[in-house]
Design a protein around this ligand. Structure first.
Ligand code: TYC
Length: 101
């Protein structure tokens, strides 16, 4: 009696590609008060006081500090919002975004 060959079904489900992530980077400057930088980090990036202070200090000492990674839209919106808060208060505080490798 001929055996019936049963082929296993191979799942054809394709997983959605993960969207690329973007870093938000804090840039040091000589004018923005440290306390103001900390306030912005807490307000826009939802950091606790200690983390915000540590991030501010890293940017102050090294020139830049990566704050967080988000999808492109979120990263760009937060960087813009945070930079705008500085402008509204007369400070040159700057945040940029960069695609993660
Ligand atoms: N360098 C600023 C000062 O000495 C403080 C500062 C820290 C500004 C981090 C920006 O991203 C920054 N007042």
């Amino acid at each position: 009696m001929a055996k019936t060959l049963v082929k296993p079904r191979v799942s054809a489900k394709t997983k959605a590609a993960r969207p690329p992530l973007y870093k938000v980077i804090l840039l040091n400057d000589d004018f923005t008060p440290r306390e103001f930088v900390v306030q912005v980090l807490k307000a826009v990036f939802r950091m606790g006081a200690e983390r915000a202070y540590a991030v501010m200090l890293t940017a102050h000492r090294r020139g830049v500090c990566v704050i967080a990674v988000y999808t492109r839209d979120v990263a760009e919106t937060k960087a813009k919002e945070a930079t705008e808060l500085g402008r509204q208060n007369g400070y040159p505080l700057a945040f940029t975004t960069e695609k993660e490798n």
